[in-house]
Write a protein that binds this ligand. Structure first.
Ligand SMILES: [Zn+2]
Length: 213
């Protein structure tokens, strides 16, 4: 075991667990998370810290570039779709958040073109569906503003994954009944800001604007 993990585990057992002891004992036989959080595997994105949540509140799926397979390609990513199915049908979460983030390596790789990933064959094949998003961005931004392109890629990727979620009849049915909300986020690691996708306006809105609510 590496030192960082050993130290962290001991710290958890001696201090953090104690802090949550009652909650953990209460949770040992059941879980009732209110939210399914689909985030990138990136080590800098921490759903619990970002949403100030306790254990038991947020069910999570992590993968490169926070993707959901389209309905027609669901069989190619059973890991993701089975976790969504469980969260929606069994845990009956009230909300699904797809959270993209700044400086996303997966999105950057897709933006450079998956044909450059011959040394990472699994990643290349996995990111292929993002080619479509990249093509849209190439049409929208013709100048070579790489930062602007990267952010747009991360945000449009979130919108694309939301679209995929809506292709699943069981999800759409719950959304239409008002039992489930879908949200798209873009989290800026350097500033801590989160922009939330506004479907009607087709824009990402700074959540700092929610302060006055
Ligand atoms: Zn990422």
């Amino acid at each position: 075991m590496i030192e960082e993990i050993k130290k962290g585990l001991l710290n958890f057992q001696h201090f953090t667990y104690k802090k949550y002891e009652k909650l953990y004992q209460d949770l040992q036989g059941r879980q009732s998370p209110h939210t399914l959080f689909i985030a990138c595997s990136d080590s800098r994105v921490s759903p619990e810290i970002l949403t100030d949540s306790d254990p038991g509140e947020v069910f999570k799926i992590r993968n490169i570039a926070n993707t959901v397979p389209s309905f027609e390609s669901s069989q190619y990513d059973l890991t993701t779709v089975s976790a969504i199915e469980y969260a929606v049908e069994v845990l009956k979460v009230k909300e699904i958040i797809i959270c993209g983030h700044s400086n996303c390596g997966g999105c950057a790789a897709a933006l450079s073109g998956t044909d450059q990933l011959s040394h990472l064959p699994y990643t290349r094949d996995y990111l292929k569906p993002l080619e479509e998003v990249r093509q849209k961005i190439d049409k929208l931004i013709t100048e070579e503003d790489l930062e602007k392109k990267a952010t747009l890629m991360e945000q449009m990727n979130v919108v694309e994954q939301l679209k995929h979620l809506k292709e699943y009849p069981s999800i759409m049915e719950k959304v239409q009944k008002g039992d489930l909300e879908l949200e798209g986020w873009h989290y800026d690691i350097g500033t801590g800001q989160v922009h939330v996708y506004d479907e009607a306006g087709e824009v990402f809105i700074d959540t700092n604007a929610f302060d006055s609510d």
